[in-house]
Structure formats: structure tokens, C-alpha cells
Design a protein around this ligand. Structure first.
Ligand SMILES: Cc1cc2nc3c(=O)[nH]c(=O)nc-3n(C[C@H](O)[C@H](O)[C@H](O)COP(=O)(O)OP(=O)(O)OC[C@H]3O[C@@H](n4cnc5c(N)ncnc54)[C@H](O)[C@@H]3O)c2cc1C
Length: 344
């Protein structure tokens, strides 16, 4: 008998973000596949009734809530105390949460308090002969491991973007409050504000449908014998503003900054995709002016549809890495694309 607890927190507007709804689907699939199980929802936040109502039809038998303004911000001390109290109140054997920065920071510690085990970056769960298996990737997404544990409680943090979000009309859920006694020590850290760039300056957008990856070619000498980095910046930023695509970069392009060469000023190593960068998950990807080396292909592993623009018909993308390769000048192509986007 597994008691499965989904841990979630509402956003500032009271809604549940997509990663939480994806994690709920993981929990539901698990509960549906087991002959004996119960599904519970544990919510943490200043006000969680609206979130509980949104999940009323998910099949959970109980909705537990740690509620209060102390639990609104992402803060280790209060999040850990709330999660621990919810796990104890639920008698959870399996705890599933979205692998967001907020839960990733906290749940290994909560597992320690409950003498459980935690697995992060889980990309899928399955039942094999009635036993729960969690899959995750190692060594820069080259090796997939399937993990089974008999130890309980088992904390599973599901990587966002690996499943469909649960969706159904809202209802009315009966919320059971779970008390957490806070001391001054819990409140020692205060969250004064969140500092973040305006949405339009934020170029890394994990939820975007399209990943646009810029390569070093944007800053290289072009057929007219000159470099056109400023125009490259304008073209790329215009495309991002129009499409709200997420921006990735090759290593070479972000490394140029350290070498004092012409750079695209809005790129940092956070944009870097690949073996030594990130492995994003977007439905579509478009690479322009990048060669498509093997390390880069590692970074594109989870992009479902890949397209590339390169002047060189023998570039790495042509060697089976892209579904469609446009052998063309990326400046010309993207100028035209931006023109078409502006017209629509
Ligand atoms: C240990 C290790 C780890 C690495 N990790 C990573 C990693 O995580 N991510 C990563 O990206 N790289 C990584 N690299 C580097 C990688 O091997 C490549 O060197 C790098 O990705 C190449 O970058 P690029 O394609 O932007 O540049 P280049 O290889 O210089 O390619 C530029 C391309 O732009 C094209 N081009 C130029 N002008 C135009 C134009 N007007 N229109 C269209 N195309 C044009 C050219 O034809 C060329 O193909 C790693 C290397 C090592 C050794």
C-alpha cells in the first residue's frame, strides 16, 4: 500500500504553475497503476483554498494545507517545516513534487528529517511488475538510469517539461489545515523582494515553445569582409521580442566575451546549451550560425523538432543532427522572418 502525497504551492496569484500540474499527473498515474494506494495533496502558501479547489477533481482523497503568510515566500526554514509536517500528517510513503528551484532546495533536507530518500531530476515514472521505477539521466544526459527503491518515504522531484499538465474543471475541495509551530529561528531569514529583469529582458524562457540557439557565426566575418555583430543583436532581439522564444547560445559564442572579441551583449554562460551547458526541453529548436558539434547535439537531445540555418552545407547539422537544414545566410533569413512576423 503506497500513500502518495503531491506537494505543491500556489503562485502569487493563487494558481498552480504548470510544473506542479505535471507532477500531479505523475502522482495520478502512479496511484492509478497500483492495486492499493491513496493519493493526497499537500499545499503550502499564504492562501491555498483556490489551489485545492482547482485540484478538486484530481482523485485525491485528502487535501492538506499549511497556510499562512509565513509560508508564502520561498524560504528554506518555513518550506522545510511545512513539507515535513505535511508528509507526517499524510503518512506519505511516496512524495512527488515538481523539481523547481523551490522544492529542489528543500526536499533533500526534508527526506533527511524523515529518514527517507530523495531523487531529483526524475524524467519519468513507471510501474514494473507492481514496483515503482523512476528514471533520470546522468553524465550530461548520456546515460539513463531506472531507479527502484524499497526504502520509504521516497521523495521524487519531477523535472519540469517531462509530462503533460493535469487539467480539469475546478470544484470544491475540503481542506484539512496542518499546524506548524514556527519559532523566531524559522523567521530569521526574511524575503524582502524578488529582483528579476523585466520579462522582455529575460531571454531564458523554459516554457517557450521554441528555442533559438545563436552560434559564433553571428559575430564572424561575413561574405562582405566585415562583421555585423550590432545588426546580429538587433535581429535576434527583434525575433525574441516577436516570438517570445527562449535564447540559447553555443559555448564558442559566449566564450568570445572572455577573449575580448565582438560579442552579443545580452548573452551569458547561462544561455549556453550543450555538454557543458544546459539541456533544455522545448518542442522546437532553431539554430542559426552554429556548427552543431557533438557536444551541442547533447544539449539538443530533448528538443523534438530541430532546424538549423547555416551557410555551410556540410556543417554538423547536415550530418543527421537537424530535421531540416536551411543552407542560407542567417542574416537574410532572420531579417525576412522578422518581416513576416511583423506583418502578421
Ligand atoms: C569539453 C568540451 C565541452 C564543450 N561543451 C560545449 C557545449 O556545452 N556547448 C557548445 O555549444 N559547445 C561546446 N563545446 C564546443 C564545441 O565543440 C564547438 O566548438 C562549438 O559548439 C562551436 O560553436 P559554434 O557552432 O557557435 O561556432 P563555429 O564552429 O565557429 O561555427 C560557426 C558556424 O556559423 C556558420 N555561419 C557563419 N556565418 C553565417 C551566416 N551568415 N549564416 C549562416 N551560418 C553562418 C558557419 O558556417 C559555421 O558553421 C565544447 C567543447 C569541448 C572540448
Amino acid at each position: 500500500m503506497e500513500t502518495i502525497l503531491l506537494l505543491a504551492h500556489p503562485e502569487a496569484d493563487g494558481t498552480l504553475a504548470r510544473p506542479a500540474l505535471e507532477a500531479l499527473n505523475f502522482a495520478r498515474e502512479l496511484a492509478a497503476g497500483l492495486s492499493k494506494s491513496s493519493l493526497l495533496v499537500g499545499l503550502v502558501g499564504a492562501e491555498v483554498q483556490a489551489a485545492a479547489n482547482a485540484l478538486a477533481g484530481c482523485g485525491a482523497t485528502r487535501f492538506l494545507g499549511v497556510v499562512g503568510t509565513d509560508f508564502a515566500p520561498s524560504r528554506y526554514s518555513t518550506d522545510a517545516a511545512a513539507a515535513e509536517a505535511l508528509c507526517r500528517a499524510a503518512g506519505a510513503t511516496v512524495v512527488i513534487a515538481a523539481g523547481t528551484s523551490r522544492w529542489n532546495r528543500v526536499l533533500a533536507g526534508v527526506a533527511q528529517r524523515l529518514q527517507g530518500r530523495a531523487d531529483t531530476h526524475v524524467t519519468g515514472i513507471a510501474l514494473e511488475e507492481g514496483r515503482l521505477s523512476a528514471a533520470r539521466w546522468f553524465y550530461r544526459q548520456r546515460v539513463e538510469a531506472v531507479i527502484q527503491r524499497s526504502h520509504r518515504p521516497w521523495f521524487i522531484l519531477a523535472d519540469p517539461g517531462c509530462g503533460e499538465p493535469w487539467a480539469a474543471p475546478a470544484g470544491t475541495a475540503t481542506l484539512e489545515p496542518v499546524a506548524v509551530a514556527l519559532t523566531d529561528a524559522h523567521r530569521r531569514t526574511t524575503v524582502s523582494r524578488i529582483q528579476a529583469p523585466p520579462a522582455d529582458e529575460q531571454t531564458i524562457r523554459p516554457d517557450a515553445k521554441l528555442l533559438f540557439v545563436a552560434g559564433a557565426g553571428w559575430t564572424k566575418t561575413q561574405p562582405d569582409g566585415k562583421t555585423h555583430a550590432e545588426e546580429a543583436e538587433r535581429i535576434i532581439l527583434d525575433f525574441l521580442a516577436k516570438t517570445k522564444a527562449s535564447l540559447g547560445s553555443t559555448k564558442s559564442l559566449v566564450d568570445l566575451r572572455g577573449e575580448g572579441q565582438t560579442v552579443l551583449r545580452f548573452l551569458t554562460h547561462l544561455n549556453q546549451v550543450g555538454q557543458t551547458g544546459s539541456t533544455p526541453r522545448h518542442p522546437k529548436g532553431l539554430a542559426a550560425c552554429c556548427h552543431g558539434e557533438e557536444p551541442h547535439a547533447v544539449g539538443w537531445r530533448f528538443i523534438s523538432e530541430r532546424r538549423a540555418i547555416n551557410l555551410n552545407p556540410n556543417c554538423g547539422w547536415a550530418q543527421g543532427k537537424a530535421d531540416v537544414l536551411y543552407v542560407a545566410d542567417a542574416f537574410a533569413v532572420m531579417r525576412r522572418v522578422n518581416g513576416l512576423l511583423a506583418a502578421t
